[in-house]
Design a protein around this ligand. Structure first.
Ligand SMILES: Cc1cc2nc3c(=O)[nH]c(=O)nc-3n(C[C@H](O)[C@H](O)[C@H](O)COP(=O)(O)OP(=O)(O)OC[C@H]3O[C@@H](n4cnc5c(N)ncnc54)[C@H](O)[C@@H]3O)c2cc1C
Length: 327
């Protein structure tokens, strides 16, 4: 029996396990596959919403508070695990939308500074992480902190009594705890009968094998983006496909993403596409993050629905849910 059971080992689940552990709780984390291999691995690692004015105040609040601690978090994870999440403030060049009335109002309201260049607005404060590394480093860190990670353990149902959840039935047996936190990402509705249904929004991405320091900033245009990594690799994403849990990738999308990048940087036209993949963003029908206590059970908590911004919002989402649980 532990203090807390965390279901799901993506960025949200592992970050939640970390903050709970830092708050003094004993934590068991269960994942149906391997930690850090789903949406959190598939994402781009931009530490900002793409067009922040498209989002509600909760998303913006979680983003701002997370952005404020991200660099320190990555330093701490690097020190604890020996794995560098490669946090860098590479800046984001936005080629469209920044001068729309909606954007201008938002930028003024939050006093966000930017430079106007020939090709668009440069937001120097926008950072990125190398998310697969962040996840490896976070996993090692929480193990160091005493979190008990159990992988290949699919949570099939809750064990309940009156208004309490006692534990969960999994493919590796039953686990019991005082509090349960569901961080099951796009699979959340399969596990819990959520009022505001969570569903997968597939995104396809490619990575090009370029050379370091050729492209400086993240570039965003027409909802698609180009992310330069420190080793010269260039990520290009992404699609929005409401097709259920279909992991397949297609040649047309691969070509279209490559063309998108080559149109903005001609030098990328003949650069090899090294890899092409997809992931399932946890979208919610209400278009809101679902962060709080379940209505039916006193000790069941939910942290999901982060859609396109889970890597960005994870630190503060984890703090908020930890406060609720420890209160
Ligand atoms: C192409 C793409 C690009 C993106 N780019 C960005 C970006 O640049 N910046 C950003 O902030 N966000 C980005 N995102 C979104 C971000 O990746 C997600 O919001 C975030 O990863 C969600 O994290 P999560 O932990 O909720 O989900 P996941 O990482 O999917 O983790 C959920 C975990 O729960 C486990 N699980 C599910 N059901 C069960 C069960 N029944 N029992 C046990 N375990 C279970 C799964 O195995 C999985 O490991 C992107 C996403 C995609 C797909």
């Amino acid at each position: 029996m532990s203090d807390c059971l965390v279901v799901g080992g993506g960025i949200i689940g592992m970050m939640t396990a970390r903050t709970l552990s830092l708050a003094g709780a004993s934590v068991v984390l269960l994942d149906q596959r391997q930690c850090g291999h789903e949406s959190s691995w598939a994402g781009g690692g931009i530490i900002s919403p793409l067009y922040p004015w498209h989002y509600d105040d909760l998303t913006n609040d979680l983003s701002f508070k997370s952005q404020a601690v991200y660099e320190q978090l990555c330093n701490d994870l690097h020190n604890s695990s020996g794995i560098d999440p490669q946090y860098q403030k590479s800046g984001l060049l936005m080629m469209d939308e920044y001068d729309s009335p909606e954007a201008k109002t938002w930028l003024k309201r939050f006093q966000i500074s930017y430079e106007v260049h020939e090709k668009g607005a440069l937001f120097n404060h926008v950072a990125q992480v190398r998310n697969p590394r962040l996840l490896q480093s976070l996993k090692a860190d929480i193990v160091n902190k005493g979190v008990d990670i159990i992988e290949q353990a699919q949570v099939n149902s809750l064990i309940t009594k009156d208004d309490k959840v006692l534990g969960v039935h999994t493919s590796k047996g039953d686990f019991f705890a005082n509090s349960i936190v569901s961080c099951a990402g796009a699979w959340s509705s399969q596990l819990l009968d959520l009022e505001s249904d969570v569903f997968p929004m597939k995104g396809q991405m490619i990575v090009l094998k370029h050379q370091p320091n050729k492209i400086k900033h993240i570039v965003l245009d027409q909802g698609r983006y180009i992310i330069p990594r420190v080793d010269g690799r260039i990520l290009v994403g992404s699609t929005m496909e409401d097709v259920g849990f279909d992991r397949s990738v297609d040649a047309h999308t691969k070509e279209s993403l490559h063309q998108f990048a080559a149109k903005r940087f001609l030098e990328l036209l003949n650069v090899e596409v090294e890899h092409h993949w997809s992931g399932f963003r946890p979208a919610s029908k209400s278009a809101k993050v679902i962060l709080g206590k379940d209505k039916r059970y006193d000790n069941l908590f939910i942290n999901t629905g982060h859609f396109r911004n889970g890597l960005n919002m994870a630190p503060e989402s984890a703090n908020k849910i930890t406060q609720l649980i420890t209160d």
